[in-house]
Design a protein around this ligand. Structure first.
Ligand SMILES: Nc1nc2c(ncn2[C@@H]2O[C@H](COP(=O)(O)OP(=O)(O)OP(=O)(O)O)[C@@H](O)[C@H]2O)c(=O)[nH]1
Ligand SMILES: [Mg+2]
Length: 355
């Protein structure tokens, strides 16, 4: 799972990237993308690991892509932006970083510090990028549907949908508004439409605002959060034991990394389930909220899905309250769930299967 960090030039994207990945700021890196992987902190996984003492502890990893900003003031910058969107299309979600901090050392983009205006501009540009893509696709489909091929019916359906997508974008609305069902969602997702992706807005504020609520709720975003990227980046470089104290100085209880990961999970609609495969490993997995036990099994291995018998499931809190698996079983807290069972966040599952 990958999230792209985008925003106007000098809004603090790379600073935020440093804060969440712990990678030191790399001044030589200005104009190119940078990819960082973050292990998702999870106390439940820690507990399982301590309980079973397996060989390995395997957390979920989220990847963040730091995309350099381009000015959208002229056609050249816009073209650069569209080019940069190629890799953003392959990401699951978007983190938009906009500047709200005052600083004489950093020249403001477009001579203004106006995070809302920056977001509007970005949204409009994402719409243009999607329009370009849908336009190309429509052109292709209009040609190919002239010929009596086997796939013609399917292509005609897609053409119909793409025209609807185009109309929607032309009314400055995101692609999501044109999507009517799961089949269409899958087609659109395959094209990597930008305005179909969940968006998390990070308002990069000065340190005095670090713990304040967001100054506004962004339109066209799942969530808006506030972060003081610069101090967060500095704190991420400290010894772990010192971080809490420094965060508390700014009124914060959690580092940027934890907050952004949790927010991303919510925005992407994800939950975690855990497995402990004997003495081998304790491991965390993600599924979409609402996923069934059968779908969760498929995450691990297609064999487990194919040969699914039951999901032996215990809620994390029930496990903890009874110390260990033996205790949870004795207390009747371990359930044998069938295929359609809806997986809950923090479920610990042992799949019984037969192939
Ligand atoms: N005062 C202050 N300065 C910041 C903050 N965040 C970033 N900066 C400074 O702003 C400048 C730009 O930060 P970057 O993180 O490189 O911005 P960017 O969005 O990655 O910039 P581009 O990649 O060029 O688009 C740097 O000099 C940072 O030190 C902040 O929260 N407060
Ligand atoms: Mg940068």
């Amino acid at each position: 799972m990958k999230l792209a960090i985008i925003g106007p030039p000098q809004s603090g994207k790379s600073t935020l990237f440093s804060a969440i990945t712990g990678q030191p700021p790399d001044p030589g890196h200005g104009g190119t993308e940078r990819l960082g992987s973050v292990a998702v902190p999870d106390e439940r996984l820690d507990y399982l690991f301590d309980m079973i003492k397996p060989k390995k502890r395997v957390p979920v990893h989220l990847e963040f892509l730091d995309v350099p900003g381009t000015s959208l003031e002229d056609a050249h910058g816009q073209a650069e932006f569209h080019k940069a969107m190629d890799s953003v299309r392959r990401c699951t979600g978007i983190v938009m970083v906009v500047r709200a901090f005052e600083s004489d050392a950093v020249a403001p983009y477009r001579d203004r510090i106006d995070p809302k205006a920056d977001l509007d501009e970005l949204h409009t540009e994402l719409i243009f990028a999607d329009l370009e893509q849908v336009g190309n696709r429509i052109e292709k489909l209009e040609k190919s549907t002239q010929k009596p091929t086997k796939t013609r019916d399917q292509e005609l359906r897609e053409l119909d949908m793409m025209r609807r997508v185009q109309d929607t974008l032309e009314s400055e609305l995101p692609v999501a508004k044109a999507i009517h069902n799961e089949e269409e969602r899958a087609i659109a997702a395959g094209f990597g439409f930008l305005t179909l992706k969940p968006v998390i807005v990070v308002v990069n504020v000065g340190e005095a605002e670090a713990a304040k609520p967001p100054p506004f709720e962004a339109e066209h975003a799942e969530t808006t959060i506030v972060m003081a990227a610069e101090i967060e980046a500095e704190i991420s470089q400290l010894e772990e034991a010192d971080r809490t104290t420094f965060l508390a100085d700014y009124g914060l209880t959690e580092p940027a990394q934890t907050r952004l990961i949790r927010t991303s999970y919510e925005a992407l609609g994800l939950i975690t389930f855990l497995t402990c495969g004997g003495t081998n490993e304790a491991r965390a997995w993600t599924v979409k909220k609402g996923a069934t036990a059968l779908e969760a099994a498929g995450k691990i291995h297609s064999d487990i899905q194919r040969g699914f018998i039951r999901a032996e499931t215990v809620a994390f809190d029930d496990l903890k309250a009874n110390q260990d698996m033996k205790g949870a079983k004795a207390a009747g807290k371990v359930r044998l769930e069938p295929k359609p069972y809806i997986v809950q966040d923090g479920d610990i599952i042992t799949f019984r299967f037969n192939v």
